[in-house]
Design a protein around this ligand. Structure first.
Ligand code: 5RP
Length: 224
């Protein structure tokens, strides 16, 4: 079965956790797309909910689907957030940010009572790091951060969009780093990266996930 179908299978399973009256966090990416589409249909069929979007792209799609989008400040707290991932391991640790939305995604996940990750089976890994870890940096500091990360042997590469620097919704840069061979524990690595001024956030989501739903063939594998 194709990755596209596995994404749909996972998304359709995840939306079963949404109940009327909830405030829901909407993730970003091609897997989240199917979840937003499914929620849109539920709303059109009478489900009442409010949603917080993790990116401009998601906000646009959600509004197009008739979903009532509010700000995080208006929401104050979210009942459940459903989002994709670039990699997820057996301990529910994630690499996110392939789509560049990691900062808002992490903020929304932090403010949610429950976080559900949906993914096709290719995203399920025994060790994180084949996917390059995205980190979001303040443009003023990006070049010096890259030098520092080179010193840490993390092979940083600034993300580009054509010939231009890639910019996030917050107008920051993304630097992708290679953590595959690092001996540093992920929790320590996360701390070390966050102590470098100008690194706003990393795509390591180590503690926020409560439930993982993997589409595998026709089945949704639910991990709690
Ligand atoms: C965006 C993300 C996405 O959740 C991640 O990149 C997975 O995307 P997709 O479902 O398209 O594979 O973290 O910042």
């Amino acid at each position: 079965m194709s990755a596209v179908n596995e994404k749909k299978v996972a998304a359709l399973e995840a939306v079963k956790y949404i109940k009327s009256g909830m405030t829901v966090g909407l993730g970003t990416g091609s897997t989240a797309f199917y979840m937003i589409e499914a929620i849109g249909e539920m709303v059109q069929n009478g489900l009442e909910l409010k949603a917080v979007a993790t990116s401009d792209e998601t906000e646009k799609l959600a509004k197009k689907m008739g979903i009532h989008v509010i700000t995080l400040a208006e929401a104050k707290r979210l009942d459940v957030t459903i989002d994709g991932a670039d990699e997820v391991d057996e301990d529910f640790q994630l690499i996110k940010g392939g789509g560049g939305a990691l900062l808002r995604e992490k903020i929304v996940a932090h403010n949610s009572d429950m976080n559900i990750i949906i993914a096709d089976s290719s995203k399920s890994v025994s060790k994180l790091g084949k996917f390059k870890l995205p980190i979001e940096t303040i443009p003023f500091a990006t070049q010096l951060i890259i030098k520092e990360l080179e010193g840490m042997k993390l092979a940083p590469v600034q993300r580009m969009r054509g010939t231009e620097d890639y910019k996030t919704d917050e107008n920051n840069d993304i630097v992708d780093i290679d953590i595959w061979d690092t001996d540093i524990k992920l929790t320590d690595l996360e701390q070390q990266l966050k102590t470098i001024p100008g690194i706003v956030e990393t795509g390591l989501f180590l503690t926020t996930t409560n439930l993982v739903i993997i589409g595998k063939g026709e089945k949704a594998i639910i991990k709690k």
